[in-house]
Write a protein that binds this ligand. Structure first.
Ligand code: CP
Ligand code: NVA
Length: 317
């Protein structure tokens, strides 16, 4: 596997990447993080431009893309839907064509996965999915980097997602775990089970990687987990479902008692953030010694830099 395999490739979902390609990106992410810790300065994005399109809010994703790209000489341009005609006045296809003439790559955060797909099809430059209703792939790469920092190679480790199993974060985790041979359990009420379509796509992947994928409502399934992961009960765009989610997910809060039920002294807590303390996780766990949420947030930047280095035609140093 060499960086050459990636040139010009978009990242819309991990379904489009092989296990070997994901492994390459994880190794590159570790290298990029080590460079940062040594204080090395590189200029690998000199002369490159990145459009950052946002239909939804963001702290980590925007800052990770903008700083990772800018600090190496690239020119990121933040464009919210207040700023550009994204599907308004001109067609999305036309906006994509124009952006492709001016930018080396495009990051899209928004509602529909099909918007990211259309941008990739018509722009002719790599498009990075910075979160849609369907997937959050750059998050999942940072999550696996964090898991590996604690337990070594993630293959064969047990990751347990407790919460809204239908959401973009859970869906990206099931795909990356199925590809990499990570045992992945979703614990949620049946109303919030992951969509059967994504599970069907992951089944053959899991069979070939050796990953065990389990969906259950039983909290006892946390036993033996290396990491418990949760996310907000109400994702962006679903605000009208707040009361229903509180009712369904109340029993699934990650608290110290649930952390202890893993039966592993070295188990860690993970969260993509932002977190609503007192809902999906207690402050005691999020701010406690088992929490790796802040490492995950930092790793967003290293993994996003690695994805851009691999997919853009960058200078060597
Ligand atoms: N985890 C994550 O994507 O955070 P932001 O919404 O702040 O970008
Ligand atoms: N599931 C959450 C993730 C935020 C990073 C959302 O879509 O709002």
């Amino acid at each position: 596997m060499t960086a050459q395999n990636f040139k010009g490739k978009s990242l819309l979902t991990w379904l489009d990447y092989t296990a070997e390609e994901i492994r390459y990106l994880l190794d590159l992410s570790r290298q990029v993080k080590e460079e940062a810790k040594r204080g090395e300065l590189h200029r690998r994005f000199t002369g490159k431009t990145l459009a950052l399109l946002f239909e939804k809010r963001s702290t980590r994703t925007r800052c990770a893309f903008e700083t990772a790209f800018g600090e190496e000489g690239g020119h990121p341009v933040f464009l919210s839907t207040q700023d550009i005609h994204l599907g308004i006045k001109e067609s999305l296809e036309d906006t994509a064509r124009v952006l492709g003439r001016m930018f080396s790559a495009i990051q899209f955060r928004g509602f529909k996965q099909s918007t990211a797909e259309t941008l990739a099809e018509y722009s002719g430059v790599p498009v990075y999915n910075g979160l849609t209703d369907s997937f959050h792939p750059t998050q999942a790469l940072a999550d696996i980097q964090t898991l590996e920092e604690n337990f070594g190679n993630a293959s064969g480790k047990r990751l347990c997602f407790v919460g809204d199993g239908r959401n973009n974060v859970a869906r990206s985790l099931v795909v990356i775990c199925a590809k990499l041979g990570i045992h992945f359990t979703v614990i949620c009420p049946p109303e919030l089970n992951p969509d059967p379509e994504i599970l069907a796509l992951c089944e053959p992947l899991a069979r070939s990687s050796g990953a065990e994928i389990q969906i259950t409502g039983d909290l006892d399934a946390v036993r033996g987990a290396h990491a418990l992961y949760t996310d907000v009960w109400v994702s962006m765009g679903e605000e009208a479902r707040k009361e229903e989610r509180k009712r369904l997910l109340g029993p699934y809060q990650v608290n110290q008692a649930l952390m202890d039920r893993t039966g592993r002294k070295d188990s860690v807590f993970m969260h993509c953030l932002p977190a609503v303390k007192g809902e999906e996780v207690t402050a005691e766990v999020l701010d406690g010694p088992q929490s790796r949420a802040w490492d995950e947030a930092e790793n967003r930047k290293h993994t996003i830099k690695a994805i851009m280095l691999a997919t853009l035609d960058c200078k060597a140093a």
